[in-house]
Write a protein that binds this ligand. Structure first.
Ligand code: IPE
Ligand code: IPE
Ligand code: MG
Length: 259
């Protein structure tokens, strides 16, 4: 049994430094297989997946994590059968309606990245309204990727950057990776320190591809609806055992790098 207090003391580099775990991102995968294994429809799997979001949000908060990013629905997922897509949208609505009070009580802020113009009007309005209501909070940022594509994120950033160059607001010699990052949907949050993907798949599936450049990757066979608080702590324990070098050698201080 891993206790949250054990995790806070495991950081090799001490309380601060490049190893500090501020941002955890999760590709919540395996709802469909979880349901299939039980003879249920995929939609029941998504329902149980949403339940598990609550568990993991609570666990992340208990550890003092600053940003928790969750990949809920990809741009490619629009291609799934209509009934499944509609059910997922309805589950997003339900989650927001049922949980926004709790999120508020927990001082959590909500951020949503992705192409919200493709969402049903009702879902979009619920999201925008909740983001606004929770924006006064000061605690953990729950960053949910919906209708999200990492490539589209980079493409949109490039177009905005091109416009700034055209307008003369920026000159090409000043465009660095750090400047470019400011045009991405994640401009206001640091890059993930740890990415967890459940369900045994070893791929990124077009999640924050720019932002994950130096993220530690953790893969587990556990299907998302079964991914428990203890599984989450185990991933974090693993993270704290790693050496993040950012291309340097061990004795150098990666903190000096502009990440
Ligand atoms: C993840 O579970 C949730 C979404 C992509 C919306 P899946 O629905 O991909 O589950 P599997 O991978 O088919 O088991
Ligand atoms: C990635 O899972 C997207 C989400 C978890 C929302 P997918 O199930 O869509 O990814 P692939 O198809 O296995 O790459
Ligand atoms: Mg999947």
């Amino acid at each position: 049994m891993i206790e949250p207090r054990d995790l806070k003391t495991l950081d090799k580099s001490g309380a601060s430094g490049a190893h500090q775990l501020k941002h955890v991102a999760i590709i919540m995968d395996g709802n469909g297989r979880w349901a299939n294994q039980r003879g249920f429809s995929r939609i029941i799997g998504h329902k149980h997946g949403v339940k598990n979001v609550r568990t993991v949000v609570k666990a992340a908060k208990s550890l003092g994590i600053e940003v928790l990013s969750l990949f809920a629905f990809s741009e490619e997922n629009w291609g799934r059968p209509l009934l499944e897509v509609r059910s997922i949208m309805a589950l997003i609505d339900q989650f927001i309606i049922r949980d926004r009070k709790t999120l508020d009580r927990e001082n959590i802020r909500l951020k949503v990245i992705g192409d919200l113009t493709r969402l049903p009007l009702k879902t979009r309005a619920l999201i925008e309204n909740t983001v606004e209501i929770l924006s006064k909070n000061s605690g953990m940022i729950l960053n949910v990727a919906i209708s999200y594509s990492g490539r589209a994120d980079i493409l949109n950033a490039s177009l905005k950057l091109a416009e700034a160059l055209k307008q003369g607001a920026l000159s090409p010699e000043n465009v660095t990776p750090e400047v470019f990052s400011k045009y991405l949907s994640t401009s206001d949050i640091a890059a993930p320190d740890l990415l967890i993907r459940t369900s045994g798949e070893h791929r990124i599936s077009n999640f924050m591809i720019w932002q994950l450049a130096y993220t530690e990757l953790y893969f587990t066979d556990v299907l998302w609806p079964d991914f428990s608080e203890q599984d989450f702590y185990a991933a974090i324990k693993d993270y704290h055992m790693r050496d993040r070098r950012f291309g340097l050698v061990k004795t150098q201080n990666p903190e000096s790098l502009p990440l």
